[in-house]
Unconditional design. Structure first.
Length: 459
């Protein structure tokens, strides 16, 4: 980032920021020196620019009023030749404002608008900038890891709360598109993070890395409302609302700005993030912990969403034993089984491939003197809160068994389903097949070799 500064009422530059910091350290320019860089609307006193707060904070305070050798007046009283504050000879003079200031060009510094006044130059920064004195701007990696840590653990906390307190809401969220869930999660994380920072003054991630958000607009210390506005500015301007791929654009732009010791786009003119000094061991520990937490949660969610995440073609077959008949069978490679309860209390065996592209449910109930028509009618009544039956029951032959079949549609998610019923001895069996891809239509057991393998355990 290149800067210009006012010298003899003319722009001097461009200069790198470290060059201007050296000039400040050597007292060749001071807090009232006017500076400008591309992107600024007009010249500003150096002491009011957040990027130079750190170097200004390392300078000693102004010298007190000093007196040179005393002189004696005609009346014999001692008189100091001057009572003015000491000013280094290299300090720029107080400039007189021109009658009119033209509009600045986009890539060239505007004409200098000098500071007007008759008194001595004050060597004090505004309170908002003075709060930054002695602290360097936080680096991009520390800020990125701190925020990812905060968003990750807040997502886990929020998810656990929804799962235990609002299971119905969780069911609806699981059926929503992943992109929508991501956008909602980032927005919720922004609100929760603002709440935490507003109450405790910082977040857990920022505490780990010893980061602090400081206002540069001269306002009150950050509170809940201010942090809420800032967090949603981060959500919109910094994370692009969590939109996949698109969010990388502002992320990279802000990374470059912070790397150049400039405020992120969402903090321009209002805030900056400073880093308090911490040891190398704490820095390494915070980095390690944040990476472990972020990638650990991602890996765990992957395992939960896809239990068999390996290569189905290379996975060994799974052995399954029918809990009713006691017969065993090898399921095809990549398939898994699990026992569960149906809404009506019936024990069900569930089967699915690793990608859960199709779901099978197998269960049995005592016939109790019922006919197939009666059993089908009772099943349809019990399932009416879960599915909407379509068409009529149709008789068919399935691998040598007389069965009845009917299509349905789940109420919550509109998944196509196929019900297959048959009688074996004194038991009624039911095989339900769900297709989580609504556009794929119902899946009949005749099209699944896996269904044939499962039914082979039923005599």
């Amino acid at each position: 980032m290149e800067w210009y500064y006012a010298k003899d009422e003319e722009p001097s530059g461009p200069h790198a920021q470290d060059e201007l910091e050296k000039l400040v350290a050597s007292r060749q320019i001071g807090r009232d020196t006017l500076v400008w860089r591309e992107g600024m609307g007009d010249w500003e006193p150096l002491g009011e620019v957040a990027q130079f707060a750190a170097v200004l904070g390392r300078l000693p305070p102004p010298l007190p009023l000093c007196r040179s050798r005393a002189s004696v007046t005609d009346s014999g009283a001692t008189k100091a030749p001057h009572d003015e504050p000491y000013l280094p000879s290299a300090m720029p003079p107080v400039l007189q404002a021109p009658a009119q200031v033209p509009e600045p060009l986009s890539a060239e510094p505007p004409r200098i608008v000098p500071v007007a006044g008759d008194g001595p130059i004050e060597d004090e920064a505004p309170a908002s900038v003075a709060a930054l004195a002695g602290h360097d701007p936080a680096g991009p990696w520390s800020r990125y890891l701190a925020r990812q840590f905060d968003l990750t653990y807040l997502a886990v906390v929020a998810g656990a709360f929804v799962a235990f307190a609002m299971p119905d809401v969780q069911d609806r969220l699981l059926e929503a598109p992943e992109a929508g869930i991501g956008i909602a999660s980032v927005a919720a994380g922004a609100f929760l993070n603002a709440l935490i920072v507003g109450i405790f003054g910082t977040s857990l991630g920022k505490r780990m890395f010893a980061l602090e958000v400081v206002r540069t607009d001269g306002g009150d210390p950050p509170g809940f409302s201010w942090n809420t506005v800032r967090e949603f500015k981060v959500w919109f301007y910094g994370l692009a609302m969590g939109l996949p791929v698109i969010s990388l654009i502002p992320l990279l732009n802000n990374f470059r700005e912070v790397k150049d010791r400039q405020p992120a786009r969402y903090d321009i003119g209002s805030a900056t993030v400073i880093a308090h000094p911490i040891g190398a061991l704490r820095q390494a520990a915070a980095t390690f912990l944040s990476i472990v937490v972020v990638f650990g949660v991602l890996a765990f969610s992957r395992v939960v969403d896809h239990p068999d995440h390996g290569d189905a073609a290379g996975a060994p077959p799974t052995n399954w034993t029918n809990p009713v008949t006691g017969d065993s069978v090898h399921l095809p490679a990549g398939w898994i089984s699990q026992e569960m309860k149906a809404p009506d209390g019936t024990d069900l065996s569930t089967f699915a491939p690793g990608d859960e592209s199709v779901l099978l449910y197998l269960g049995a109930e005592p016939a109790s003197g019922m006919s197939m028509t009666d059993y089908a009618g009772a099943l349809e009544l019990n399932a009416s809160s879960q599915v909407t039956m379509r068409g009529r029951w149709q008789s068919d032959i399935l691998w040598g068994r007389s069965v009845v079949q009917r299509e349905a549609l789940t109420i919550k998610s509109d998944w196509p389903a196929t019900y297959t019923l048959w009688r074996s001895g004194n038991l009624f069996w039911r095989l339900i097949i769900l297709n989580p891809s609504p556009e794929g239509g119902p899946v009949r057991p005749q099209a699944l070799p896996e269904a044939k393998a499962v039914l082979a355990t039923i005599r």
